[in-house]
Design a protein around this ligand. Sequence first.
Ligand SMILES: [Zn+2]
Length: 419
Amino acid sequence: MVVQAGLVASLQAVRDAADAVDGGVDLPPGAVICGGFSDHHLHLLATAAARRSVDLSTARSLAEVGDALADAARRTPPGRWLRAWGLDESDLAEQRLPTVDELDEATAGRPLVLHHRTGHLQLRNRAAEAAGAPDPLPFDELAEAVAAVGAELLANGITAVTDATHTNDRTALELLDRFRLPVQVTAMVGAEHLHGLAFGTTVGSVMVGPAKIMPPHHGLDRVAERVAAAHRAGFPVAVHAVDIDELQAALDGGLGPGDRIEHLGLSLPEQLTELATRRIAVVTQPAFVTRRAAKYHRELSETEQGWLYRLRSALDAGIELRGSSDAPVVPARPLEQVAAAMTRTVGPSERIDVDSALGLVGAPLSVGAAADLVVLAEDPRMAARTDPARVADIAVLAVWRNGRLLVGDERRWPGRTQA
Ligand SMILES: [Zn+2]
């Protein structure tokens, strides 16, 4: 492969040292070079904020939730807000959320805002109710957390992301631009905030993405009107659809080619056909199925399990499918998504092969594309032959963005690529 001026100039192996303008890359045995991964739906600021919060995502009982909060309260001066994140009652032995009394007891008078794992629910204790709105994170603290998120994305081989936050407006895009993340950022714009923005243009370094429509927030009966307004403004739309009713509202709302469905949590066979016929893309989260397997096995019938986060049947129908983490809901680890897509135990007939799974998170290298490159310690195709689950743990050895080395040792890998 030859890289010039940050672009892939040729996919031929370099044989003549004279061709190697900027030095060459010798891959270790078994390693493979491929295009950088994309995460097509995540929430950058929420992921950064989660890093500044008490992590309740691993709690398995209300006692563990209480202990984690009490521990954080002891380390927090009175009057300062406590933030917590990641709680999902379906993971708790008690199968319920904590009561306000339980939250009060754990937090020793500190105001607490607790974000549910889904991001769609907030709990507050009585001190928080009395204190009003939480203090925003100071800019420096947020910037530091965003930088850590950026480094983590790169370390997982991600070179491009789409922020799917439905509250995004011009100010939010300007804020994202200020952080100068090391990955290419496309940001969706909330359907009611399109004014003054144009799809496909940039706000600083941030690409303006589709209009985001959240039926639970905007109203199921108002989806059609939002879609029409976005299309008139020149935006494709991305509609959140976790259940069958939300998906039907999206379909009734007049989606077409270029538009996309976010999640496709549950879909009926006839809805899948409709998506394919109308050439609507789908952005799915394969790791939801593996990480929530116990809940889905428990709560869904076998038929419903086959309708859940479809992969095989969506690809067979001809639907363009992309993968994502929805971070902070699950970590932004593309190779975990690849492994999950191959190994899911809920609706196992929806498993896909390694090439299809890799296609969810990356595109083949092509001449003229940005030299966003990743070296993996092992070829996922080889690993998948013996143990597909192991693909999740393949190490990322080096990452270049636009031909510039951003992850990896400079002494081992050239600062500018030539492989
Ligand atoms: Zn999301």
